[in-house]
Design a protein around this ligand. Structure first.
Ligand SMILES: Cc1cc2nc3c(=O)[nH]c(=O)nc-3n(C[C@H](O)[C@H](O)[C@H](O)COP(=O)(O)OP(=O)(O)OC[C@H]3O[C@@H](n4cnc5c(N)ncnc54)[C@H](O)[C@@H]3O)c2cc1C
Length: 524
């Protein structure tokens, strides 16, 4: 017989098997000698008080061993002799998980990716980091694995109602992600491990009968009678299919432009912009774990994270995609722009902590941009900020930066602290480069966060500009029932770029859902 039991232990006893068994026995009201095997199911750190606690969910056996546990594997049935073909444009989380789900459903996925495979892509990050030169089809946003490949690899999501989150974790674990993602309350993978996971998923897709084509950029859609028949690639090849899942991410501005040029319905949607904020990780650890000034972080505690959020005059101001022990990275996709984002390695061991510090932008805030650029007004606004960051940064991918205190008081920073941002930083008046309605909200938000987390806005806190690619400024609409575009049968807008996901896991879930929808339509 086995039981599932929730226990709470002091941090320093949480790894001790005898302590776990003792607490489990006490919770179940049995003698310790009755407890056979234990197996960890959930691990969560509660650092709200100065004495840090660890909440554990254990399976325990009361007689005999626990049932044998099989490590997650991913398998698909053999494809039928003449399978229906589904084109998947984009090999990010949405595209990869759509491909896996297609194979589970007996459809043949043909994945088209504008960027390079993950190994070649890694080489293209060197000129970006060292010389500030963006390779426009192969960078932090474009290439195998999509925007999430060289990221923090945070896997926690609030999208738990959007689909089987546990299945996403199991598929990742089956492809080499550390098993701890199945038990951690805040799982993450890290940029050093993600490329191999991505490669293993590609191998699964190909082994099960799918195809993955790199450096194959979709530049046009093949339409006839309100039906999408396929796509045209940059090599002028026509690729036909029964359905097209469009999972091109929020940085594929040429795809939004193509849809707008082809008069395919798009809708503006709210998004968010701001800066990356950086602190020493030791400060975040001290604050979040209530440590004394010279006390190092205990071995059993991971680099601390935080989440801050408020609403100011009807717009959200909040931290976003916080990367403990991470690096700020250049996430631009063109050479005339500077865009910042964050990543970390699995150990999260850089001396810096960074996070987006952003404010929501509603279409109503950008009437001038919409008058000039139509439905792509939000995209034009993002681009304007990115070009402003480029010229203020002073060249290459050097980013404009300002101490938080100077941002608040409206002064250029006379000197800048150390940063994890490899391409370099240059002092610039970020408070003037952002529109006043954003600067004012960020200032009010920062002052509040400084009260909630004393030291947050003090030196050496640093802002870098700009964080613009938080989510898509455009929605590609789809029907609630079939998930097809309302005007175009056979087109399945999917993932973050279409406005239906915000992060690795929610994009993966949307990919699986879109594959199921495409299967429904392909079978019809
Ligand atoms: C540096 C960084 C760090 C991040 N950290 C995290 C994190 O820790 N946790 C988290 O949940 N999220 C994180 N994100 C966000 C996350 O990566 C995205 O939410 C997620 O990748 C979206 O998935 P997607 O598949 O919808 O789109 P994407 O991942 O953007 O994938 C789209 C793919 O489509 C390809 N493509 C675009 N246009 C075309 C075309 N015309 N033809 C063919 N292919 C095309 C692109 O090259 C790309 O590979 C991070 C993002 C960045 C940039």
């Amino acid at each position: 017989m086995s039981e599932s039991v929730d226990i709470v232990l002091a941090l320093e006893r949480s790894e001790d098997e005898a302590a776990r068994r003792g607490a489990a026995a006490a919770k179940l009201g049995v003698a310790v000698s009755c407890i056979g095997e234990t197996r960890l199911r959930k691990h969560s750190i509660d650092a709200r008080q100065s004495s840090v606690k660890v909440q554990l969910r254990l399976d325990v056996s009361l007689d005999g061993p626990l049932p044998e546990e099989v490590a997650p594997i991913w398998e698909a049935p053999l494809l039928p002799a003449h399978p229906r073909r589904v084109l998947i444009v984009g090999c990010g989380p949405a595209g990869m998980f759509a491909a896996l789900r297609c194979l589970e459903l007996g459809l043949q996925p043909i994945v088209l990716e504008r960027g390079k495979d993950v190994s070649a892509r890694r080489f293209d990050l060197a000129p970006l980091l060292r010389e500030g030169r963006v390779i426009e089809e192969s960078n932090y946003c474009f290439g195998e694995g999509g925007a999430g490949t060289f990221s923090d690899g945070k896997l926690y999501t609030r999208a738990t109602k959007r689909g089987p989150v546990a299945k996403v974790y199991e598929i990742l674990a089956a492809h080499g992600a550390p098993a701890r993602i199945l038990t951690d309350a805040h799982p993450h993978i890290g940029s050093n491990l993600l490329p191999n996971v991505v490669k293993a998923i590609r191998n699964s897709i190909i082994a099960a009968g799918g195809e993955v084509h790199f450096q194959t950029k979709v530049v046009d859609l093949l339409l006839s009678d309100g039906q999408l028949r396929g796509v045209r690639s940059s090599a002028d090849e026509e690729i036909l299919a029964d359905a097209v899942i469009l999972a091109t991410g929020h940085s594929a501005r040429d795809i939004y432009q193509l849809l707008a040029d082809r008069s395919i319905l798009l809708e503006p949607k709210p998004f968010a912009v701001g800066c990356r904020i950086e602190h020493p990780q030791a400060f975040i650890d001290r604050t979040q774990y209530h440590l004394g000034s010279a006390v190092p972080r205990p071995r059993l505690l991971p680099a601390a994270r935080y989440r801050l959020a408020t609403k100011i005059r009807d717009r959200g101001v909040h931290s976003f995609c916080m990367c403990p022990g991470g690096w700020i990275v250049p996430a631009a996709t063109a050479n005339d722009e500077v865009v910042v984002n964050g990543m970390s390695l699995s150990r999260r061991d850089s001396p810096f902590a960074n996070s987006g510090l952003i404010t929501t932008v509603e279409p109503a805030d950008l009437t001038g941009f919409f008058q000039q650029h139509g439905v792509l007004g939000g995209m034009a606004f993002q681009k304007m900020l990115e070009c402003a960051a480029k010229s203020a940064g002073g060249g290459g991918q050097s980013a404009p930066a300002q101490r938080v205190g100077d941002f608040l008081s409206g002064k250029l920073s006379a000197s800048l602290p150390d940063t994890s941002y490899f391409p370099g930083i240059r002092s610039a008046p970020l408070h003037e480069l952002l529109p006043p309605w954003i600067t004012e909200r960020m200032r009010e938000g920062l002052r509040l966060f400084g009260r909630q987390m004393p030291g947050y806005i003090a030196d050496p806190a640093l802002l870098l500009g700009f964080e613009t690619r938080t989510s898509s400024p455009v929605r590609i609409p789809r029907r609630d029932d079939t998930l097809e575009h309302p005007q175009l049968r056979g087109l399945f807008p999917c993932g973050e770029g279409a406005g239906y996901a915000g992060g690795i896991v929610s994009a993966a879930l949307d990919g699986m859902r879109s594959a199921e929808a495409a299967a429904g339509s392909a079978a019809a």
